[in-house]
Design a protein. Structure first.
Length: 91
């Protein structure tokens, strides 16, 4: 974490499995967070953030409710969360 509060909630996380993939809820408070991504698809339920792609270098994206994003394992990202974020993921 570069700045901000903890990025995950103990009350949320993996909810189960679907066809061998983990399904869960992830939450994050406002702040700036570097991350190494897992192979996943997610849908944003609440909040707002910018995701910068460091490696591979790709254009940054703005995400908010309804955004659907596909990340590949090993991507290096920096998340700037402006409003508490909540997403459902399949990984």
């Amino acid at each position: 974490m570069i700045a901000g509060a903890n990025y995950s909630s103990a009350e949320e996380g993996a909810l189960g499995q679907w066809r061998g993939a983990e399904v869960g809820i992830w939450t994050c408070e406002p702040g700036v967070y570097p991350d190494t991504e897992a192979d996943e698809v997610f849908v944003v339920l609440e909040g707002a953030a910018t995701v910068e792609f460091v490696d591979p270098a790709l254009p940054a994206i703005e995400i908010g409710p309804g955004s659907v994003v596909r990340l590949e394992e090993g991507m290096q990202t920096v998340w700037t969360v402006r409003e508490a974020l909540r997403k459902v993921y399949l990984s």
